[in-house]
Design a protein around this ligand. Structure first.
Ligand SMILES: Cc1ncc(COP(=O)(O)O)c(C=O)c1O
Length: 399
C-alpha cells in the first residue's frame, strides 16, 4: 500500500456545533440576562429527564460537579476515597480539595475500568474493617466513597461495585465525564450510583465549551438544594428570581455556576445527542472491522450501551513498530492522535504526594505503554474515517 497522507491535518477532536447552537447562544446574549437563569433551569430539567435522574444541578465543569459531590457528603480531612489509577487527574485532585485522601486503585487489564475485584484486592491489602468503618491502614483515614470512572464511555460493572459499596458503607460517585449518553443493564448512566458527574468540555460528546452537570438519584435527591447553594457562594436566595436585595450566606460555597448562554447551547446539543451518538457508533464499528487483522488489541468490547467517547487501540508487542513510533507515523500522515491517559501513578506531583509505585499498578502501566486514541467524533465525515483507517493499515499492515 502506498504512503497515504491527508492534504490537511485531521484534528483529534472537533466540537459538533451548528447554527442551532449559535442561534441559541445569540438569543441569550440579546436577552439582557447573561448569568445563570431560565436556560440553566430548563437544561437541568431536560438533562435529568434524559438520564432518568431525580434531579440535576448544572455547574461550570465536571471537576466542579465531582468536588461538590464530595462536599455534599462532607468528605474531608480524615476521610479517604477510592479512585482508579487509569483516569484524568480531575477524578483524584478533587478529593484533595477538601483535605481527604485519594486511594489510587489499579484497573482491570481487559476493560481498563475499576472493578469490584480490584477494589476488594485493594481493601484486602490496604484497609481494615473496624467499628463498622473501612479504615485505610497507612493513614488511618476512613474510606467514605468510590469514584468509578466510565472510561471512554463504557460503563463500569456497577452492580458489583454497588454491592461492595453497601458492604463497606461507601458512597458511589460516578465520574461520567466520558459517558453521556450511556446505559448500564438498561439503566441510564446518571440514575445508578448516589451521584453522577458529567463533563461538557470542548472534546466531550455533548459540549458547551466548558460545563458540567451533577445528577441525583432517589438516595441523594435531598442533597440537591444544598449543592445548588454551594455552586454559588453558599447563598440562600440565588440571583435569578430573587425579590429585591435580600440574601444570606448559609454555607461555605464556591463559584461554580453555569451561564445561561452555555446552558442554551447545551439544550440544543442534548436534543442532538442520540443522533451524534449514532455517528460515533458507526465510526467505532468501521474501525473494529478495519483493524481486526492488525497486530493491535482493539478497543475493549462492552456489553452495555457505550457513549463511544474514545476509540483506543493497543499496539501489540508483535507489531512492526512501537506505540510511540505509531504516533509519529500517524502525524506524518496528517492524522492527529492522542493518549488517554498517563496514569496517576506516573504523574510527578501525585507520585510524591501519595507515594505511588509502578509495581502496584501493573495493569494501568501495561495499558499505558501500548495504548493510543484514534479520532472519533460526530463531526467526522466518512472520508475522514476512511483516512484514519487507511493511515492505520498503511502503518501496521504494510505490503
Ligand atoms: C475522566 C474525566 N473526569 C473528569 C474530567 C474533568 O472534566 P471537566 O474538564 O469538565 O472538568 C475529565 C476531563 O477530560 C475526564 O476525562
Amino acid at each position: 500500500m502506498k504512503f497515504h497522507k491527508r492534504k490537511t491535518r485531521l484534528p483529534f477532536a472537533l466540537p459538533d456545533v451548528g447554527e442551532r447552537e449559535i442561534q441559541a447562544g445569540a438569543k441569550v446574549l440579546r436577552s439582557g440576562w447573561l448569568t445563570s437563569g431560565p436556560e440553566v433551569q430548563a437544561f437541568e430539567k431536560e438533562f435529568a429527564r434524559a438520564t432518568d435522574a431525580v434531579d440535576a444541578v448544572a455547574v461550570n465543569s465536571c471537576t466542579a460537579a465531582l468536588h461538590l459531590a464530595l462536599e455534599a457528603y462532607n468528605i474531608k480531612a480524615g476521610d479517604a476515597v477510592f479512585v482508579p489509577d487509569y483516569t484524568f487527574i480531575a477524578s483524584a485532585e478533587i478529593v484533595l480539595y477538601g483535605g481527604a485522601l485519594p486511594v489510587i486503585v489499579d484497573v482491570d487489564r481487559d476493560s481498563y475500568l475499576l472493578t469490584a475485584e480490584q477494589l476488594e484486592a485493594c481493601i484486602a491489602a490496604r484497609c481494615l474493617w473496624k467499628n463498622g468503618q473501612l479504615v485505610h491502614k497507612a493513614s488511618g483515614s476512613i474510606v467514605r466513597a468510590i469514584i468509578p470512572v466510565h472510561y471512554g464511555g463504557r460503563p463500569c460493572e456497577m452492580n458489583a461495585i454497588l454491592r461492595l459499596a453497601r458492604k463497606y458503607r461507601l458512597k458511589v460517585i460516578e465520574d461520567a465525564a466520558h459517558s453521556f449518553p450511556a446505559d448500564y443493564d438498561g439503566q441510564k448512566i446518571g440514575s445508578i450510583g448516589d451521584l453522577t458527574a458529567f463533563s461538557f468540555y470542548a472534546t466531550k460528546n455533548l459540549t458547551t465549551g466548558e460545563g458540567g452537570m451533577l445528577t441525583f438519584t432517589a438516595n441523594s435527591a435531598s442533597l440537591a438544594d444544598r449543592v445548588r447553594r454551594l455552586r454559588l457562594h453558599g447563598i440562600l436566595g440565588q440571583t435569578y428570581g430573587r425579590q429585591r436585595w435580600q440574601y444570606d450566606v448559609v454555607d461555605q460555597g464556591y463559584k461554580y455556576n453555569m451561564m445561561d448562554s452555555t446552558a442554551a447551547m447545551g439544550r440544543v446539543q442534548l436534543k442532538r445527542s442520540q443522533q451524534m451518538l449514532k455517528r460515533r457508533r458507526k465510526i467505532h464499528q468501521a474501525y473494529n472491522k478495519a483493524f481486526a487483522d492488525l497486530p493491535v488489541r482493539l478497543n475493549p468490547s462492552c456489553k452495555h450501551s457505550s457513549a463511544h467517547h474514545l476509540y483506543t487501540i493497543e499496539i501489540r508487542k508483535d507489531a512492526p513498530l512501537s506505540r510511540d513510533e505509531f504516533v509519529e507515523e500517524m502525524y506524518a500522515r496528517n492524522i492527529a492522535v492522542s493518549l488517554h491517559f498517563i496514569p496517576i501513578h506516573r504523574l510527578k506531583h501525585y507520585r510524591k504526594l501519595l507515594d505511588l509505585h509502578e509495581r502496584d499498578f501493573q495493569a494501568a502501566e501495561e495499558i499505558f505503554q501500548h495504548i493510543v486514541s484514534l479520532p472519533i467524533y460526530s463531526a467526522m465525515s466518512d472520508n475522514d474515517t476512511q483516512d484514519v483507517i487507511a493511515a492505520t493499515r498503511n502503518i501496521l499492515a504494510p505490503d
